[in-house]
Design a protein around this ligand. Structure first.
Ligand SMILES: NC(=O)c1ccc[n+]([C@@H]2O[C@H](COP(=O)([O-])OP(=O)(O)OC[C@H]3O[C@@H](n4cnc5c(N)ncnc54)[C@H](O)[C@@H]3O)[C@@H](O)[C@H]2O)c1
Length: 260
């Protein structure tokens, strides 16, 4: 575990984190657990997800892994039901699972396009839909989607991925309007380049990935790429009661890259 600070900003809360087996989701699962949440990791990577949950339990936290393909409605509903049966109704959904497929627009396969939409956009819809009724019944909840700074900026060869992230930001705004009167907040996190296994996809196109990463860091105003823990801290704020006046918003977290 990489996060050492320990507070209790999520004490007593139940948090479902999709994509919690790796990268941003994993760092968030660790941070949320340390801050007092009972954490449900919903991911399709069974071995990794179980290992993250087991490590958290070994460290004395309450954590559970539920094998979940967020693109399947039955899985999304089962993840929420298992969370409720084990820990109680969800206070927080961090809908963060995502995939990346890149390539020239005219060569992208229908299968790659469908995978992007199914996981990045439909998966977020299915998970949010599954938590909304229990949240409405209790009159509270925080839903956080991981979009991307690419919801706002174009990037050649990433068109379909960018489209799914823009769609998430648009969906979150409208859901925030609908859910607000029920005490439920909906926000998006829009990271720039974060050092996670997802970066292996674009880096695989280069002979010397280390040089590419070094140069990429030089193009960021704070002169480094992001770490998963950077994003987890923003997710923690949006999940906690410190942000009760924050909804319908999209937060860019990119070291200033898109401010240029
Ligand atoms: N890394 C970045 O630079 C970056 C930048 C902007 C946005 N994001 C977004 O952040 C989110 C987290 O990505 P990451 O960088 O931590 O990558 P990652 O590859 O480390 O983690 C993604 C996780 O999602 C899981 N997942 C994929 N498809 C799934 C499915 N159908 N059902 C359930 N789980 C599934 C994977 O198993 C994995 O554990 C993604 O939505 C990604 O698009 C990442």
């Amino acid at each position: 575990m990489t996060i050492s600070e320990h507070t209790t900003r999520l004490a007593g809360k139940v948090a479902i984190i999709t994509g919690g087996a790796s990268g941003i989701g994993r760092a968030s699962a660790e941070l949320f657990a340390r801050d007092g949440a009972r954490v449900v990791i919903a991911d399709r990577a069974a071995e990794q997800g179980e290992s993250v949950a087991a490590d958290l339990r070994a460290a004395g936290y309450q954590a559970l892994f539920v094998p979940t393909d967020v693109a399947r409605a039955a899985d999304a509903e089962r993840a929420v039901k298992t969370a409720m049966d084990t820990f109680g109704p969800p206070d927080i959904l961090f809908s963060n699972a995502g995939v990346l497929r890149i390539g020239s627009f005219w060569e992208m396969s229908e299968a790659d396009f469908d995978a992007l939409v199914a996981v990045n956009f439909k998966g977020a819809f299915l998970m949010a839909r599954a938590v909304l009724l229990p949240m409405i019944q209790r009159g509270r909840g925080s839903i956080i989607f991981t979009a991307s700074n690419l919801a706002f900026q174009g990037l050649a060869r990433f068109s379909a991925y960018c489209g799914t992230k823009g769609a998430l930001v648009a969906m979150a705004r409208s859901l925030a309007l609908e859910a607000g009167p029920h005490g439920i907040r909906v926000n998006c996190i829009c990271p720039g380049p974060i050092l996670t296994p997802m970066q292996d996809v674009p880096l695989a196109e280069y002979a010397d990935p280390k040089t590419v990463l070094r140069e990429a860091a030089q193009n960021v105003p704070v002169r480094r790429l992001g770490q998963p823990a950077d994003v987890a801290q923003l997710a923690l704020y949006l999940a906690s009661d410190e942000s009760t006046f924050v909804t319908g918003a999209a937060f860019v977290i990119d070291g200033g890259a898109s401010a240029q």
